[in-house]
Design a protein around this ligand. Structure first.
Ligand code: GLA
Length: 731
């Protein structure tokens, strides 16, 4: 609900549990007055203090100004100014026609409308029940206009934000920085939590109290990156899973991003988040507009777990689109770790057959099926089947897979080109790269200039030819290097600063075309594992390969970090062979199965090489997953332990929306003598119900399971696992 009070000029945004408030003051500054647990509509600018502070300038030129004590440097704002007296992290930086880098945004008007605003060519939340607030601010001295957009999803406690900047002046201006989100807090006793790592070690939680100055994470790799994720948390220092005020902010963007949290001199905090300003320059001729990607905010008054639940639910139901919204994903078998580039049709069919017999539903042919692709040095861009490996092409292979009762899926890396490829030989200028400079290679490959429509059209035509040639129900869209040498042959020198963003818009454009023309196709995102695992991609790819690291123990952290924001149903997770290719570690197949079940679930190994006993375990695992998939993928996910602090044992839980069913999973880390006794307090159950565990005789009281706990047998040996299935007795 959005309420405007004409007298106080406050605009109050209510969700079920939270309130957000802003106020256009008499000088035209759009103040941010509150974001937190739900309150009324009282004008909360009463909390602001106007005190003259040294070196904090006082603006002039507006009604009743200058006033000593009134400074943009000390006031919380909805979208801060640039170069006119606020020295904190910038929301926007605009080079005006006269060369000045100054922007003073003042309130002009606002509008409240039912429904959600639309963003052109960018991923965004959608659905019923939204309300939109749009506030127009203008720089009276240049005519640059900002439209601040707010979407209110009352039910999910979700707020979205974006901004559209328009040049209403008479001369050209250049945008050097446009953050999607600026959020000011009148406190600084907060922790900043980020999700960081690298290839094969994505999204490790790092949490620390804010210290004075700017703390930031970001990416200039052209992707949201393995190194830092465009999701951050600010929370009270003592906030935990079930208590304390937390704010989560996710950017729906898959390219360069920046998130800055600044603790200011007066113990205020500012969070800004948006496209990374490095390499970004966007000229706007008079009349032109630029729209920033969407950011999503959740405030949870009662801890991190409810924050996670809000994001999960909103993303499952209002970001991921049909037909995969809430739909169980097929149990797949992928040949990559079993064969890498060395396979033929018989080998693939053998792998598929073994998996089909055990219950897998989808066979995915990974890298190596096209062009002259016998290693990672050639073939990318030549999207025609390599008939030496696969005589008769897909037309011969796919029916053999379908005859096993399986669907067929395919790996593809549309954004890339190998120097050793027909495509590159024909169109060397289609790769990003500045004239006269040798480009850096990444995994031996170059990046296609996806900012160019003719390049996208060519790739799309090649993809369509494959998709139209046979029955393909899934593709894995990979992207295996960071962008470097970013220069587009299609843009003049003064517009090269647009290339990174135009590249990203190009990727979204192609993904959207795929969705339009192949609405049933399941697209799994991938970038060397989880190098582009973000809310932007989830709008097009309802699942994303979480990491190239399939080691079950490393995955405990990677998946836990990922699911702080992103739903379990989106997390690509497979059982692979041991010793694990990344770590050399051997874990029991049961444990690998339990860990992969906290995701989309599948196998990435030659199941034919398993013992008979292992195969029986796999058969049971697949059946268990199918039986529990609704609970796992649509239920609420609870972290029962913190694997970032302690890996002695890691436990988590899925609870059905009606709280009548739960699945508890526990995995032990490396063992030691005299392990502590393990009593685990369950979460999310109905305290008034009694639960049966794994169909046993005994009934356990829901309240007791949560407050007293459940005791696990002491497990000897390392990397062991237990899974318990709880079902409530009818009342
Ligand atoms: C990337 C992916 C892997 C696999 C290989 C194939 O690394 O993350 O899963 O598809 O490419 O080259």
């Amino acid at each position: 609900m959005i309420i405007y009070n004409e007298q106080s000029r406050t605009i109050t945004l209510h969700t079920r549990r939270t309130t957000y408030q802003m106020k256009a003051d008499k000088h035209g500054t759009l103040l941010h007055t509150y974001y937190g647990p739900r309150v009324g509509e009282e004008d909360l600018s009463r909390l602001l203090q106007y005190v003259d502070r040294g070196f904090s300038p006082n603006p002039s030129g507006f009604a009743a100004l200058p006033v000593r004590g009134y400074s943009l440097d000390t006031l919380p704002q909805e979208y801060s100014t640039c170069g006119v007296g606020d020295f904190r992290a910038l929301s926007a930086e605009v080079e005006q026609a006269d060369g000045s880098v100054l922007l003073d945004l003042r309130y002009v008007s606002h509008e409240i409308q039912p429904g959600k605003y639309a963003l052109e060519n960018l991923p965004a939340f959608f659905g019923q029940g939204w309300e939109t607030l749009s506030v127009t601010l203008r720089d009276p001295f240049s005519g640059v206009e900002a439209e601040l957009l707010y979407g209110v999803d009352e039910e999910d406690d979700l707020l979205t934000r974006s901004i559209r900047l328009t040049n209403r002046g008479s001369g050209p201006v250049t945008l050097c920085r446009v953050m999607s989100l600026c959020l000011d807090f009148t406190r600084a006793d907060l922790d900043f939590a980020t999700f960081d790592g690298g290839h094969v070690k994505e999204r490790t939680l790092h949490r620390a109290p804010l210290r004075p100055g700017i703390q930031s994470v970001g990416s200039v790799r052209g992707t949201s990156s393995h190194q830092h994720n465009p999701f951050v948390i600010l929370c009270e220092e003592d906030a935990g899973e079930d208590h304390g005020l937390c704010y989560g902010a996710a950017l729906l963007y898959s390219g360069n991003f920046l998130a800055e949290a600044e603790r200011s001199q007066f113990e205020h905090t500012r969070l800004v988040m948006g496209i990374h300003p490095s390499h970004f320059r966007w000229p706007l001729a008079p009349g032109e507009s630029f729209t920033a990607p969407e950011a999503a905010l959740v405030c949870s008054p009662d801890g991190l777990t409810p924050m996670t639940h809000r994001f999960h639910r909103a993303m499952r139901e209002r970001l991921i689109r049909d037909p995969y919204q809430g739909k169980r994903r097929p149990v797949l078998i992928n040949n990559w770790e079993a064969t890498e580039f060395t396979f033929d049709a018989d080998r693939l069919v053998d792998i598929a057959r073994e998996a089909a017999e055990l219950g897998a539903e989808l066979f995915v042919m990974d890298d190596g099926w096209f062009g002259t692709r016998d290693s990672d040095l050639s073939g990318l861009g030549d999207w025609t089947v390599n008939e030496k490996k696969l005589p008769g092409g897909l037309g011969a292979l796919v029916p053999r897979i379908k005859a096993l009762g399986m669907d067929f899926g395919l790996w593809i890396e549309p954004e890339m080109v190998s120097e050793d490829s027909d495509l590159y030989r024909a169109h060397p200028d289609w790769a990003l790269g500045a004239p006269g400079r040798p480009q850096s290679l990444g995994r031996g490959q170059l990046v296609l200039d996806f900012s160019r429509k003719e390049v996208r059209d060519h790739i799309y035509a090649a993809m369509s030819r494959i998709l139209d040639s046979t029955d393909i129900s899934y593709i894995k869209w990979d992207m295996n290097r960071s962008l470097s040498d970013v220069w587009s042959a299609a843009l003049p020198a003064e517009r090269q600063g647009e290339t990174y963003h135009r590249y990203m818009l190009g990727v979204y454009d192609l993904l959207e075309r795929l969705r339009r023309d192949y609405p049933r196709l399941l697209v799994e995102g991938c970038s060397g594992g989880g190098g582009r695992f973000d809310a932007g991609m989830l709008h097009y790819t309802p699942q994303i390969w979480c990491s190239d690291n399939t080691d079950a123990i490393d995955r405990l952290r990677i998946q836990c970090g990922t699911t702080f924001c992103y739903p379990v149903s989106t997390v690509g997770a497979h059982v692979s062979a041991v010793p694990n290719g990344q770590t050399g570690r051997s874990t029991p197949i049961e444990t690998r199965g339990v860990v992969a079940m906290c995701g989309t679930f599948g196998y990435e190994m030659d199941l034919g090489a398993c013992t008979r006993e292992e195969k029986e375990i796999v058969r049971r695992q697949i059946q268990t997953f199918k039986d529990r998939a609704g609970l796992i993928q649509a239920g609420d996910y609870y972290r029962l332990t913190d694997p970032f602090r302690d890996l002695t044992y890691t436990a988590w839980q899925h609870v059905s929306p009606d709280r009548r069913e739960a699945l508890v999973s526990l995995v032990t880390g490396s063992t030691r003598a005299a392990l502590p006794f393990t009593i685990l307090k369950l979460k999310g159950l109905d305290p008034t119900l009694r639960y049966r565990v794994d169909g046993g005789e005994r009934l356990y009281d829901g309240a007791a399971l949560m407050h007293a706990g459940i005791s696990f047998p002491l497990i000897s040996g390392e990397y062991q696992s237990i899974q318990l299935h709880l079902t409530a007795e009818p009342k």
